[in-house]
Design a protein around this ligand. Structure first.
Ligand code: PPS
Length: 286
């Protein structure tokens, strides 16, 4: 079975279980120094992890070029990764796709920082559609028509994009919650990296910032076997069917959605995101 259901949401069976999720939600202790990258899948998680890893090492790419991304910043909802996370000295870099209601309860009385990466949901849909063809932990997406329906109804891994974003946006005024969009990383990389340096309390000079930008570029990440998922065995990822580092652009949804599908998406978006004040997904309208 590809997925199991935990409190009404689908989760991939690979690496996780009801017991793990229950433990993470109720017992896992976040520490004040922790930095957790939180995303709905396909929103730019690994890009953020690359940037944070580089900032932490003052632009030196040795660490990101020698340790797989899932060990550098483990996914807390995956039992193997969680074991790694528990062994780390502070500050720990952690990652999660969990919706807010299943995120560690300890967060609510800690100073741990959450960096939430948001991406235009239509691009998330398209990225997820392609990823689901090669990643064996996700169900085969079927046709775009079929996948669109599943995505809009939340019948996909980690549940509804709308619920995920709505839930996390409720924390947006907290001092330890930071919202970054995929689109702003692309449009304003220099300022975004400076802001992230500030969040991490790191003071990088302009050469070091340039090194962060260069080494976290799509091309460099595509070539970095520690970041491009090429180390994932065939058992988990069919490398013949697709690449994790696929296109890395904004607006690819325009190449995939028909006019009718796009209008349908907009209708559902308007209905489900009513009252949520998200200023922008960059220049790409939603
Ligand atoms: S996952 O599986 O949820 O962890 O995937 P995630 O890392 O969140 O998202 C993968 C998409 O991010 C793109 N990506 C990048 N875009 C621009 N620049 C850089 N450096 C970069 N690194 C990763 C990746 O290509 C996936 O998007 P698509 O649209 O499929 O190309």
């Amino acid at each position: 079975m590809t997925y199991f259901t935990y409190k009404g949401i689908l989760f991939p069976t690979v690496g996780s279980s009801v017991e793990t999720l229950n433990y993470v939600e109720n017992e896992f202790q976040l520490l004040d120094d922790d930095i957790v990258t939180v995303t709905y899948p396909k929103s730019g998680t690994n890009w953020m992890l690359e940037i944070l890893g580089l900032i932490q090492h003052s632009g030196d790419p040795s660490w990101i070029s020698s340790i797989p991304v899932w060990d550098r910043s483990p996914w807390i909802e995956m039992s193997d990764c969680l074991d790694t996370a528990l062994k780390y000295p502070p500050p720990r870099f952690l990652t999660s796709h969990l919706p807010i209601q299943h995120f560690p309860k300890s967060f609510h009385h800690s100073k741990a920082k959450v960096i939430y990466v948001l991406r235009n949901p239509k691009d998330v849909l398209v990225s997820n559609y392609h990823f689901s063809k090669s990643f064996k932990g996700f169900q085969d997406p079927g046709t775009m028509e079929e996948f669109l329906e599943k995505f809009l109804t939340g019948n996909v891994a980690f549940g509804s994009w709308f619920d995920h974003v709505r839930g996390w946006m409720e924390l947006k005024d907290r001092p330890n919650f930071f919202l970054v969009t995929y689109e702003e990383l692309q449009q304003n990389p220099q300022d975004s990296v400076k802001r992230l340096c500030h969040i991490l309390g790191k003071d990088l000079n302009s050469q070091q910032i340039d090194s962060v930008l260069e080494n976290a570029s799509f091309q460099k990440m595509k070539e970095n076997s520690m970041s491009n998922f090429s180390l994932l065995s065939q058992e988990f990822f069919d490398h013949k069917k697709g690449k994790f580092m696929r296109k890395g652009i904004s607006g690819d949804w325009k190449n995939h959605l028909t006019v009718a599908q796009n209008e349908y998406f907009d209708r559902v978006y308007q209905e489900k995101m009513q009252g949520v004040n998200i200023t922008s997904y960059g220049t790409e309208e939603c």
